[in-house]
Design a protein. Structure first.
Length: 330
């Protein structure tokens, strides 16, 4: 074990509320359990689930820290007795159950991935949450194949950008939606083959006429659920990861039957460590080479110092970002 300080700077959620409740404080540096590693954090990604947690709408899973932050990059500072997969000094990025908004965080060693060659700590910190989520849902679950078409809403979100990049790099066709002409143009620039304004009438008819979709990665829910099913091709798969338009959506059961559709959904945060470790192996084998050969570079919107986490949340909630917002830890 390297010499570690007794305490560290973190950003805590003082109480449920707006960005102003994100407050600097000091907490003890945590010790890794037998299967865990301690990471000295250099950068942390900012994700929508942390905004929900800050508002009191998405609590951390049982046993996890209350400090927000679902991903980071840095160096291994200590390891538990049973850890062989990483060692002190290794540069890693990791999917965290929480704790990214701080100088150190503990994580199950199986959730650590090597930093892809050629990436900065800020770029590496922007990867785990969206890459695990996109990989788990569109490749591992929905089994998107080269030549098939993916529809992803919120194409300029952290998740949307990653979905466009990874699906394209794997030989799929991608249709994205977004809320403005500027954002649909950004989707096309990132690599989408077509992009629609989601506030337009009848985008589902245009998509169906344009060959339809084989997989939908959906963060919208609500009224978009039936519209998504309407543009899915026979054998299509619909994966729900959020419900920004509401948790309830009408479904035409006959649509599901006659097109043999498959509906699924998941949250990443609640998956057990063994499941995350299995996904990490697939990601390093299948996705990291695409990042390292330049086929799928992370898109960074803006980097803020850790101490300005509230400003980072304000930017995310204003909805003007394209790609990932990142916190840099001094
Ligand atoms: N289930 C999981 O495991 C999992 C994991 C990670 C994230 N998520 C969820 O995935 C979503 C994206 O996360 P993120 O971190 O990438 O967030 P983000 O960058 O803030 O993106 C949110 C996106 O949602 C779109 N959006 C907002 N309101 C909408 C509405 N009413 N109708 C349609 N689209 C709307 C926005 O599109 P415009 O800006 O164009 O309006 C924006 O692109 C979040 O809801 C998050 O909670 C789920």
């Amino acid at each position: 074990m390297t010499d570690l300080p007794a305490d560290m700077l973190v950003i805590e959620i003082a109480e449920p509320g707006g960005p102003e409740v994100l407050r600097e404080t000091r907490r003890p540096v945590p010790s890794p359990g037998p299967n865990e590693a301690l990471i000295r954090i250099r950068a942390a990604g900012v994700n929508r689930p942390e905004v929900l947690q800050r508002k009191g709408l998405y609590p951390p899973p049982p046993g996890a820290t209350d400090i927000p932050g679902l991903e980071c990059a840095g160096e291994i500072a200590a390891v538990g007795a049973d850890v062989a997969s990483v060692k002190i000094g290794d540069p890693v990025c990791a999917l965290l159950p929480g704790g990214g908004y701080g100088e150190y965080a503990v994580v199950d060693a199986g959730s650590c991935l090597r930093v892809p060659a050629g990436l900065s700590m800020e770029e590496a910190a922007a990867l785990p949450e969206t890459v695990f989520t996109v990989y788990a849902n569109i490749f591992d679950d929905a089994d998107l194949q080269p030549g098939e078409t993916l529809l992803v809403h919120g194409g300029t979100s952290g998740i949307g950008v990653t979905a466009i990049l990874l699906a394209k790099a794997n030989g799929a066709r991608v249709i994205a939606t977004a809320s403005s002409d500027e954002k649909t143009a950004a989707c096309l620039k990132i690599g989408a083959d077509a992009a629609y304004r989601y506030d337009e009438d009848k985008w589902e008819a245009s998509i169906a006429e344009d060959g339809g979709a084989d997989v939908v990665l959906d963060m919208a829910g609500g009224d978009f659920f039936a519209r998504n099913l309407a543009c899915l091709n026979p054998g299509g798969r619909h994966v729900s990861i959020a419900f920004l338009r509401g948790p309830e959506g009408a479904v035409n059961i006959f649509d599901i039957m006659r097109k043999r559709l498959r509906l699924s959904g998941s949250t990443m945060k609640a998956r057990p460590p063994e499941e995350k470790a299995r996904l990490a192996v697939g990601i390093q084998d299948r996705i990291w080479p695409l990042i390292e050969n330049g086929a799928a570079r992370p898109v960074i919107d803006k980097v803020f110092p850790l101490e300005e986490a509230a400003k980072a949340h304000e930017r995310m909630e204003a909805g003007r970002h394209i790609g990932k917002i990142v916190l840099k830890v001094a």
